[in-house]
Design a protein around this ligand. Structure first.
Ligand code: SF4
Length: 423
């Protein structure tokens, strides 16, 4: 039979026109190992190797994890010679560049430059203060939002960070240092409401945390280990967000850590989610929600479903109904919906929903019995959305970074290579 009589071969599916997920960081970084990255045995070895008496180990831990002091040259209970020696175990990993405050000083966005010149952000938010900034009746809480990557490879088109792609993974030390820095600011009473401590940490800053899994988990261990070997913050006070790396959600569930999982869903249907979150083309809505539900079943922790309400894109009433269907078909009580009024990126077509539309979306979910909250839009006047402050400062400091090019490698003792593919 001539091939000309055969039905035409099926055409390859047209390439999607939307942006693609970036699989690997553009580069890796070899950083000198920092005290915060050492386990107990490594700390003992490091102290011995440095010729320090063994009791210094506990002293160093107390400075770092209890008093949040990261610069040994200020530790006056050490001899000048020992300070110098200990300083070699504390290479400077993050340097404050600028801070912006909003909400009468109770929201502080900090920008840090890392040792190779890349910029990352944290946001520290204080809750529970009265209008006169004195502590309210239910106590004061402080939440820190940390970054896990420089940039992000997930390419969500509505997100400032996603537009620049993934520069590199942060090291565990760089993540831990963000926490120490904020905890120190609070302990010194630099925010309204008086001295305090970190109540919650959310991995919702720049980057996809689960794409930098090893460093993330190492940081989580340092954060949750009791003082003085760690910061002593309960795993129940941590939230890790993901845009949908399904295999890593399954792995996280096996770690034995009661961390809250936040799933950035943003659309209940694959057609739209393929566009809003390109990773959806690899793991679709059903696979993602199945993984999230399994996480709940394994850990007992209710999952937070994050949904950025974007005007005329995903805020239609029928999508509220579809979202409710997709959650309730897996049972009741396992998920909580957190709606996020979009914090628009300057010059972007993506913007927040109209108030009436947002109210209708909330009402439809509530009528179906789903717990719903609408996130308060703190810091929207300080380039509040993830990546905006870094983008703004990066554009203004390119010259300042000229000697710290993107391929800068730090060539010192005890380097660690950091690279991880998406999965
Ligand atoms: S929304 Fe989150 S996952 Fe998506 S590009 Fe931005 S930082 Fe990455």
């Amino acid at each position: 039979m001539s091939t000309s009589t055969l039905a035409p071969a099926p055409q390859a599916a047209p390439e999607p026109t939307a942006v693609r997920v970036q699989e690997r960081p553009r580069r890796t970084l070899a950083t000198p190992r920092h005290w915060a990255e050492l386990d107990a045995a490594e700390k003992t070895a490091a102290v011995a190797q440095a010729g320090l008496p063994a009791f210094r180990l506990r002293q160093i831990d107390a400075h770092y994890y209890r008093r949040f002091e990261g610069e040994p040259d200020q530790w006056t209970d050490l001899s000048p010679a020992d300070r110098e020696t200990v300083a070699t175990l504390f290479p400077p990993l993050i340097t404050p560049v600028t801070q912006r405050t909003a909400d009468r000083g109770t929201t502080v966005k900090s920008l840090y430059r890392l040792s190779d010149g890349v910029l990352v952000e944290t946001v520290l938010m204080r809750y529970g203060l009265r209008r006169d900034l004195t502590p309210g009746p239910r106590g004061v809480r402080s939440t820190l939002c940390v970054s896990s990557q420089a940039g992000c490879g997930m390419a969500c088109p509505f997100c400032a960070t996603g537009q620049g792609g993934l520069d590199r993974n942060l090291t565990a030390g760089e993540i831990i240092e963000q926490v120490r820095s904020a905890a120190g600011d609070l302990a010194r009473g630099e925010l309204p409401g008086g001295p305090g401590h970190l109540s919650n940490i959310v991995f919702m800053g720049m980057g996809e945390p689960l794409a930098n899994y090893r460093a993330l988990l190492q940081a989580v261990r340092a954060i949750t280990t009791p003082q003085p070997e760690g910061f002593g913050i309960s795993a129940r006070s941590l939230t890790i967000s993901t845009v949908g790396l399904v295999p890593r959600i399954a792995t996280l569930a096996t770690e034995g850590l009661p961390i809250t999982l936040a799933v950035s869903l943003h659309a209940p249907d694959d057609d739209l989610r393929d566009e809003l979150c390109p990773i959806n083309r690899r793991w679709n809505v059903s696979e993602l929600l199945n993984a999230a539900h399994a996480y709940y079943e394994t850990t007992g922790r209710r999952v937070s479903i994050e949904y950025a309400l974007i005007r005329d894109i995903n805020d239609q009433a029928f999508r509220a109904g579809l979202l409710a269907d997709r959650l309730l078909e897996r049972g009741k009580g396992w998920a909580h919906v957190n709606l996020i009024p979009l914090n628009p990126t300057p010059g972007s077509k993506w913007t927040a929903s109209r108030p009436g539309v947002q109210e209708e979306f909330v009402a439809r979910l509530e009528r179906r019995g789903l717990p719903v909250t609408v996130r308060d839009t703190r810091g929207s006047d300080i380039d509040g959305a993830c990546g905006q402050l870094a983008a703004r400062v990066r554009d203004g400091v390119t010259a300042a970074n000229a000697n710290n090019g993107p391929n800068a490698q730090i060539d010192q003792r005890g380097q660690v290579e950091h690279e991880e593919a998406v999965v």
